[in-house]
Design a protein around this ligand. Structure first.
Ligand code: FES
Length: 351
C-alpha cells in the first residue's frame, strides 16, 4: 500500500471503498477488522476454563524447554565422551542433541501456541510510513506496545511470563557447557609429557609395525617410526599423534652431544619426536646433506647434529629426543619415554 503520510485522506478512503463488505474501524493510520471475513473469537475468549487450560499448556511447553536444556547439561556430565570409545561419543551426542532440541522446540511451540490460543485475533491493515515517524506516530507506537502488552497478557499472566523467562535463561546454558570441550584437558602438560614409549619398546616402521634392526638403518637414511604394539590400540591415532618419531643415522663424530645424553644414540642412530614444537605439525622433511629437519607448516628448521635445536622458524625449543639402544636380538628399542613433553612448546611457557 502506498505511503500516505499521516494516514488520513484519500488512500484511506480508497482502501475503505475497495473493501465491499468493510466493517473496519478506520483510524488515522490503520484499519482494524477491514472486513475480509468475519472475525471469530477464540475458544479461550469464550470459555475462561479453556483460557486457563491453554495458559497451562503454554507454561508446560516452556517448562519442557527448561527440562530439555537442563537435561542436556546433565547428559553431558553423566555420559562423558570416553577417549577411544565410539559408543560413548554416540550416547553423549545423542542425549545432548535431544536435550537441546527439546529446549528449542519447547520455546518455539510454547510461543506459537500462546499466540494462536491466547492472544486476541483480528485483521489489521496498516499504511506504510517514512522511516522516522512523527511524534504522533511515536506516541502511537507506545500505544501499540501497551496494546500488545495488554493483548498478550504478559503483564498479568505471570505463570507464562516467568516460565518463558526461565526457558530463555536455561536455553543458552548447554551452549556454554559444551564450550568446555574447546578448553584444554585438566593438565595438558601431563597429557603431552607421557607417550607409550617405555623401556624396551621396539621401534617399528610406520605404518607396517615391522621392527627395525640397527643394521637396517644405513648412513643418511630416515625412518618414520611408531612404537611396537601401537597398531593394536583402539586409540592408536591419539597415541601416534604423541609418539611418532623420526629415526636417522649420522656419523657419530658429526653429533654434538651434551652431557648426560651420551648414551641416547646408538652408534650415530638418533630418534627425535616427529611432532613440531611450534604448533604440532608432523616434521617430515629431512635434508640429508645439511642434516636439517624441516616442518612444512611454518618452515621451522631443526639441526639434528646439535640435538635438533631450532635454527630457523617460529618453533622455540628443540624436538624432544627419544633415548634408544638395541635389545639382545639387535632390534632398536627405547631406553625410556621422552624426558620432556612432546609437541607445541606452548605448554612449557608455564614452567
Ligand atoms: S607447526 Fe612446525 S613450524 Fe609451525
Amino acid at each position: 500500500m502506498a505511503d500516505q503520510g499521516t494516514g488520513s485522506g484519500t488512500d484511506v478512503e480508497k482502501y475503505d471503498a475497495a473493501v465491499p463488505t468493510g466493517t473496519g474501524i478506520v483510524t488515522s493510520d490503520r484499519i482494524e477488522n477491514p472486513g475480509f471475513e468475519p472475525v471469530r473469537l477464540r475458544v479461550s475468549e469464550l470459555d475462561p476454563k479453556k483460557d486457563k487450560a491453554n495458559e497451562r499448556r503454554v507454561a508446560l511447553m516452556f517448562g519442557l524447554s527448561m527440562i530439555g536444556s537442563a537435561g542436556a547439561i546433565a547428559a553431558y556430565i553423566i555420559f562423558p565422551i570416553v577417549p577411544g570409545d565410539p559408543g560413548s561419543v554416540r550416547t553423549n551426542t545423542f542425549l545432548l542433541g535431544l536435550g537441546l532440541a527439546l529446549g528449542l522446540f519447547g520455546i518455539g511451540f510454547g510461543a506459537v501456541h500462546w499466540a494462536k490460543s491466547l492472544m486476541d485475533g483480528h485483521d489489521l491493515v496498516e499504511f506504510r510510513h517514512g522511516t522516522r515517524g512523527s511524534d504522533a506516530t511515536r506516541a502511537k507506537a507506545a500505544e501499540v506496545f501497551h496494546l500488545g502488552n495488554k493483548e498478550s497478557g504478559i503483564g498479568r499472566r505471570h505463570l507464562i511470563r516467568n516460565t518463558l523467562i526461565g526457558a530463555l535463561v536455561f536455553f543458552p546454558l548447554p551452549g556454554i557447557v559444551v564450550f568446555r570441550d574447546l578448553a584444554p584437558a585438566a593438565d595438558p602438560n601431563q597429557l603431552l609429557k607421557f607417550t607409550m614409549w617405555k623401556k624396551g619398546t621396539r621401534l617399528t616402521k610406520d605404518p607396517s609395525g615391522v621392527p627395525i634392526k640397527a643394521s637396517d638403518v644405513t648412513l643418511g637414511s630416515v625412518f618414520h617410526v611408531i612404537p611396537d604394539g601401537l597398531n593394536d590400540l583402539p586409540d592408536k591415532l591419539e597415541q601416534k599423534a604423541k609418539a611418532a618419531v623420526l629415526l636417522m643415522r649420522l656419523k657419530p663424530e658429526d653429533l654434538h652431544v651434551s652431557k648426560g645424553r651420551e648414551s641416547w644414540n646408538y652408534q650415530g642412530i638418533i630418534a627425535y619426536s616427529k611432532i613440531c614444537t611450534h604448533v604440532g605439525c608432523p616434521v617430515a622433511l629431512y635434508e640429508q646433506q645439511t642434516h636439517h629437519l624441516l616442518c612444512p607448516c611454518h618452515q621451522s628448521t631443526f639441526d639434528i647434529t646439535h640435538e635438533a635445536e631450532v635454527i630457523f622458524g617460529p618453533a622455540n625449543r628443540p624436538l624432544p629426543q627419544l633415548p634408544i639402544t638395541i635389545d639382545s636380538e639387535g632390534y632398536l628399542v627405547a631406553q625410556s619415554d621422552f624426558h620432556e613433553p612432546v609437541g607445541p612448546s606452548f605448554w612449557e611457557r608455564k614452567h
